[in-house]
Write a protein that binds this ligand. Sequence first.
Ligand code: ZN
Length: 395
Amino acid sequence: MRNYGRFGLLLCYFGLVCCKSAVDPDLYNEYWDQKEPLPEFLERLRQTLYGPEYNDYPDYRVLPNEAKDTRGKLQVVPSWPSHKTTAVIGQVGGIALDSKGDIVVFHRADRRWESGSFGTSDRISPLLGPIQKDVLLWISNETGEIIKQSGAGEYYMPHGVTVDKDDNIWITDVGLHQVIKIPKDPNAAKLVLGEKLVPGSDVTHFCKPTDVAVASNGEFFVADGYCNGRIMKFSPEGNFIGQWGHVSTGAPLGNFDLHIPHSLALDESRDRICVADRENGRILCYTAGLNGTKEGEFIKRYEPQRGTIYAIEFDSSGKLFAVNGPGFPVTEGFTLDTMGNIEEFWGPTNNGFPGQPHDVTVSRDGSNVFVGDIEGSPKLWRFSSTEVPVKTVGK
Ligand code: ZN
């Protein structure tokens, strides 16, 4: 397999050499002299071949069998959350960490997203009113018990949740077609974007928006979503700044073709906003426009070859934690290094998750990972690479 893979890689390079640019013959000879080209060498070769267009080419793909050897750093924490918590959690739309390291969960309680939940116009079934149970839960990272809860009678189909640096909560509801900021101060007014229960594709409407990412300057991004295939950027007050992306219509896939942008991850230190292009199985990264750059310029794409990708999140070092979806032999979590190579697979068993992970959140140092699930039981998972889970895992 390895020889075949290497041969394929060379063919690929050879094709590009013929069509695009001449490569230094010394570099070629060096290639043949190596039994196992080191990643640094391949990187140099790619830079030579692709030059300034380098970022337009997909990243080198790691063979799953090689990467499997590193499994086991992140271990499941078996007693978390508590039985009492597990008993009340329904389908988990979103999961996030607050500044104390506790977990905020946006779940659907006794509601499930099923085939009859939405009509053909993307409007939620008129038979479904707001969920009458608390759908926002704060759960202790230490004990796994529910600390606080709210949201009964307000939300229709919970999806994404994000906590900003000031502990304000941002949610998306695919039934409401709205993005809502719930301030930490209970007396402050909510910021509500989108028209309640009305899908749309202009800059004042969303259609089943999936996720929000909030920068430290207050600007925020929305992945919109199940029907629109775009990323939108707003000012802290909720004024529209810009948008990019469109629904993909099939191969070949360009860098702005999206089929359910399902999860956002923001890396402010590198001024990049990345999106899980769920059904296309890709992760696409664009400029966030936070450092004087223009937002929405394509930077890079990762194609980890794990089927659909449901959720992504950065730790502070720029590693990306992801979960894949159904249709691939193993549903599991994996960690990409900053080059986009898979450095670790993780999950509750070697066969991955029994259900369907839907969202992921990560402590700042990457040592604690939490996953929310929409199918299996339990619907919340904690993984830790430290022997005794640390008391505070927040951002
Ligand atoms: Zn979803």
